[in-house]
Design a protein around this ligand. Structure first.
Ligand code: SF4
Length: 244
């Protein structure tokens, strides 16, 4: 039998997700890589989005895919051409890793990106986040995808007192996993919505708690709201004064 604490946590996760998904369906951005389930196109977007803003990536993503429309074309390209296509985007190591990955997939996987997060992680330059993102966004597998945005949101919503370090990372990963449903498209939308909340509302610089859809379920935002409401409530004395 579940303890009262575990039951309360499950209820809070449900409340959080209901609000998060409702908000994302209405306010999530229509980004080009959200319109595709092509694993290669999604992989390119995820690599480009590492440490780079969405607005900057969009143009590069379209041009890169126009020049290298498949993993095969990327694998066959000389390194100089790949680097040229990345010029201006920065962090060129990402391009070199992507190129190495393409060559390995063509050589060892018949040109098809692996279909599990574990197999994706074995590829050059693919860490836990990118593996989870491709597995979830392309193959709609129930895998968490915890980048810095998601990590920050989960920390603020569920673990505001969590310290840093490996144990903390494991706690956040477990929370992310618990939030991802077992069914395909629901995993896609859950991960996208978490990222979107971290990008637009619960940002690294500002917590927009006043317009945050998950605030009632948030361990950081809800207590602030409760304190603000209590402070703005008129006291008994001031109420009686007002009546006279
Ligand atoms: S209520 Fe505030 S702290 Fe909580 S998720 Fe929203 S913006 Fe972040």
């Amino acid at each position: 039998m579940k303890s009262a604490t575990a039951t309360a946590l499950i209820a809070r996760r449900r409340r959080f997700k209901r609000r998060l998904l409702g908000w994302f369906r209405q306010h999530g951005r229509d980004l080009p890589w959200r319109r595709t389930r092509d694993p290669y196109q999604i992989l390119v977007s995820e690599v480009m989005l590492q440490q780079t803003q969405v607005a900057r990536v969009e143009g590069y993503w379209h041009r890169f895919l126009a020049r290298f429309p498949t993993l095969d074309t990327l694998a066959a390209a000389p390194p100089r051409r790949v680097r040229e296509s990345w010029a201006g985007l920065g962090y060129y190591r990402r391009a070199a890793n992507l190129h190495r990955l393409a060559r390995e997939v063509v050589t060892n996987h018949a040109g098809q990106l692996p279909r599990t997060a574990a197999a994706l992680r074995a590829l050059p330059g693919v860490g836990p986040y990118t593996a989870g993102a491709v597995a979830s966004f392309a193959y709609e597998l129930p895998e968490p995808a915890v980048d810095t945005n998601v990590s920050r949101v989960l920390r603020r919503v569920f673990h505001p007192r969590l310290r840093t370090g490996a144990a903390a990372e494991r706690t956040l990963a477990a929370t992310a996993k618990a939030l991802v449903p077992r069914r395909g498209n629901d995993a896609w939308i859950t991960n996208q919505a978490l990222m979107e909340l971290g990008a637009l509302i619960c940002t690294a610089r500002v917590m927009h708690c006043d317009r945050c859809p998950v605030r009632p379920a948030c361990a950081t935002g809800a207590p602030v709201q409760a304190r603000a409401s209590a402070a703005s409530r008129p006291t008994t004395r001031s109420r009686s004064r007002g009546k006279t």
